[in-house]
Design a binder for this molecule. Structure first.
Ligand code: TGC
Ligand code: FAD
Length: 393
């Protein structure tokens, strides 16, 4: 047999990255191998993970809010952040989610839209993983259409009083601080963001159980019953839906890279499996049908990487537009889940167990396909950019 190449080597991906980016990728990959991989199957099976310990370790690694400037954040390139997401998601989408929600949603919201006091109070601790954040936008009846949200913020003297329910909130039950989006009773009912310490009376976060996807991740409901907050809890600079939607661009960007990590891990496991599995007297890898599958999957993985790196460079130049993030999220998650499912076929019955990562990734990617804008939402965003017509309503 001639020497085998990885899909990444086939595409020459490393040549497109800076030394610093490759170093960051390797550091995160090593952490995943040493610290995460030995536990992934059992965390997934138990439907739980030691989120607090992991947050501190991830903080020590420097990946929480790593693409933000100041307040204890590393200020890396967007591409370096994407590559960290890729390695984390090659371990498990739940781990990438923990980091995405912390850095791209909760920390970004405070960094971009918060007061200096809010930034000083929360960001350094969140960067170190000493404080965990969550981001409450989705509600039981309003996921794709957050404009319909029912959570209300009522002015009472100098205070704000929040009532409502948020649903499917990553990190909710383990969070120290929740960024909650609510419609105000003043300001013509504008959507505003609030920084809510989770020990505020009236706030609770029951954990959602019985998930079949993203099991190594804490997902919760947020219940707000007369949660009274001082005026200083409002994010002063965010006004309207563009506030939360700008945060989604950040998290979606991480997923553009992250989903490819899950796909790469599936392909790596499968390449190794087909080399060792003998069927009808020769390795499964030596059949044309197998090689056609492997070639097509590698092609999609490599094309996805080229797209991700292109979008990363645009982001670093401050040129990345939301509809371009939609191109990446739609394509790379759609292809990643197709790769995971195809890999599963090559593993036969072994593919349905936790001994191999493939079905775990495929199941996780069902969530990734839905959160941060479903495929259909991204198709419609691209459609709007192409035609000028909004077909959401
Ligand atoms: P629309 O009229 O289009 O926009 C309202 C205002 O927002 C602005 N805007 C954006 N700004 C920044 N970035 C974007 N991507 C933006 N998209 C829109 C827009 O310019 C406008 O600004 P202004 O100043 O004129 O008021 O709003 P719409 O109600 O028609 O909705 C558009 C739509 C459907 C695209 C949006 O609602 C949407 O993206 N829906 C999907 C919701 C979603 O993705 N939720 C994710 C929740 S968080 C999560 O899932 C975390 S998962 C865990 C993990 O990340 O790991
Ligand atoms: P719906 O909006 O009800 O969509 C159902 C179907 O209708 C989808 O196929 C959708 O594409 C389709 N559809 C919607 N609109 C249209 C249209 N205009 N035309 C045609 N079809 C349409 N949210 C947060 O705020 N914070 C979090 O931390 C968070 N974490 C999550 C973690 C997990 C594991 C999961 C699964 C979800 C999480 N979410 C979070 C929620 C996530 O963002 C929503 O699930 C997502 O936005 C979709 O909303 P929905 O589930 O209500 O689906």
């Amino acid at each position: 047999m001639s020497s085998a190449q990885t899909p990444s080597a086939l595409f020459g991906i490393d040549a497109l990255l800076t030394e610093e980016e490759r170093a960051m990728q390797e550091t995160v990959a090593r952490f995943c191998t040493d610290r995460l991989r030995p536990h992934l199957a059992s965390w997934y099976e138990q439907g739980d993970l030691p989120a607090r310990d992991l947050a501190r370790e991830l903080g020590g690694l420097g990946v929480l809010g790593m693409h933000l400037e100041g307040y204890g954040c590393a200020g890396t390139s967007a591409t370096a952040y994407g590559l960290a997401c890729l390695e984390l998601e090659a371990a498990d989408s739940g781990l990438r989610s923990l980091v995405s929600v912390q850095g791209s949603l909760a920390m970004f919201a405070i960094h971009r839209w918060g007061s200096e006091e809010q930034k000083q109070e929360w960001l350094p601790r969140m960067a170190q993983g000493e404080a965990i954040g969550c981001f409450g936008l989705t509600e039981p009846d309003f996921g794709s259409d957050p404009a319909g949200m029912r959570t209300r913020a009522r002015h009472d003297g100098e205070d704000w009083v929040l009532n409502g329910t948020k649903m499917w909130i990553t990190n909710g039950s383990v969070a120290d601080v929740a960024v909650v989006w609510a419609r105000t009773d003043g300001d013509d009912g504008t959507v505003r963001g609030f920084v809510v310490p989770t020990d505020t009376p009236g706030f609770s976060a029951p954990k959602i159980t019985q998930k079949l996807s993203l099991r190594a991740s804490v997902t919760s409901e947020l219940v707000l019953e007369d949660v009274r907050l001082p005026a200083s809890a409002m994010l002063p600079e965010a006004r309207g839906l563009s506030g939360p939607l700008s945060c989604l661009n950040e998290a979606r960007f991480g997923i553009v890279f992250g989903a490819l990590g899950a796909a790469r891990d599936c392909l790596d496991a499968t390449l190794s499996y087909v080399g060792e599995r003998d069927i009808f007297g020769k390795p499964l890898a030596a059949y044309q049908l197998t090689q056609a599958k492997l070639a097509d999957m590698s092609l999609e993985l490599g094309k996805g990487m080229l797209l991700a790196i292109h979008l990363g460079r645009l982001k670093d130049e401050g040129q990345l537009r939301p509809e371009q993030v939609s191109l990446g999220k739609l394509n790379n998650v759609r292809e990643a889940i197709a790769i995971a499912r195809e890999c599963r076929t090559l593993l036969g019955a072994n593919g349905i167990t936790l001994e191999y990562p493939v079905l775990r990734h495929a199941n996780n990617l069902e969530s990734v396909l839905t959160y941060e804008g479903t495929s259909e939402v991204h198709q419609l965003s691209i459609g709007r950019a192409l035609t000028g017509h909004s077909a959401f309503r």
